[in-house]
Design a protein around this ligand. Structure first.
Ligand code: PLP
Length: 281
């Protein structure tokens, strides 16, 4: 069955879906996006992602193309039409189409809504989490408002590619003080030598992950101590465990950084417990 996309009011075969050349998402990355995990037919953290979408739109003064309630209906209908139970829902809202010029257009199409759904084998992520991933560190060269979930992801793309080409699974990005900001598309965590979970506090220098927030709540509910505080590369290397969180990886252990093992170099009990609890939540 061919995949169905949604673009501005129409459900179309993916190959026939498109946006005009002068869409500002294409011209300027003047667009925001969201990603939901779909597991066993359930949209994980659905409300949290919708809420963050509202924040991203507000920060960029882009209007809702349809109400959040209507969007909810469209997302579920697209999932139904694609007959996907395990996969990803990708949403993008651009500022719309207008003759290319930097200022926000006074006239134009209004915001463009794009949605796609992709099937994903849940087993692949589970196997990756069981093995753990190896990351390398790199300078964080992104712009100063990465808390807004925009499609301007070139620095993330380049970091991921460089990590893969060097034989790693992903990259962790470092600020000017040698502290970890986050991964290329995931938030970064450690379990420090005292067993305390640490992740960087919200600010303009990380994306406020929806999975991060849910995992922090789950950890607190399991009587784990969670502190929102930056950590350095040296602290990560001295940690008992490290892991990442995101809608696509849930909770996935990091077993080595820059070629040095974290803890005993295998997935740790805290990360494994949190992953299991997240998938049950
Ligand atoms: N940080 C970055 C840079 C991301 O791109 C993402 C997800 O795409 C995350 C963190 C994790 O966010 P979430 O848990 O909402 O998927």
């Amino acid at each position: 069955m061919s995949r169905i996309a949604y673009v501005d009011g129409q459900y179309l075969p993916l190959g026939e879906a498109g946006v005009p050349v002068e869409d500002r998402g294409l011209q300027f990355a003047d667009a925001v996006y969201e990603v939901w995990a779909l597991r066993g037919g359930r949209l994980l953290d659905h409300a949290g992602h919708l809420e963050r979408l509202g924040r991203s739109l507000r920060e960029l003064s882009i209007g809702w193309p349809v109400s959040p309630q209507a969007l909810d209906v469209i997302v579920r209908e697209l999932v139904r039409r694609n007959r996907v139970r395990d996969g990803l829902v990708y949403l993008q809202i651009t500022r719309g189409t207008a003759p290319r010029d930097h200022p926000f257009p006074k006239e134009g199409s209004g915001p463009t809504l794009i949605l796609t759904v992709r099937r994903k084998d849940p087993g692949a992520g589970d196997r990756r989490a069981a093995a753990g991933i190896k990351v390398r560190t790199m300078a964080d060269i992104r712009w100063g408002r990465v808390d807004i979930k925009t499609t301007g992801l070139l620095a993330n793309v380049l970091a991921k590619q460089a990590a893969l080409e060097a034989g790693f699974d992903d990259a962790w990005l470092l600020d000017g003080q040698g502290r970890v900001t986050e991964g290329t598309a995931q938030n970064a965590w450690i379990v420090d030598a005292d067993g305390v979970l640490r992740t960087r506090p919200l600010g303009n220098d990380i994306l406020g992950g929806i999975t991060r927030a849910t995992v922090a709540r789950i950890a607190a509910g399991l009587q784990m101590k969670v502190v929102e505080a930056p950590f350095t590369l040296a602290e990560a290397l001295a940690a008992r465990e490290a892991f990442i969180t995101s809608a696509t990886t849930y909770v996935t252990p990091v077993i080595a950084i820059d070629g040095q093992p974290v803890g005993s170099g295998v997935p740790g009990p805290v990360a494994q417990r949190l992953r299991a609890a997240y998938l049950l939540a």
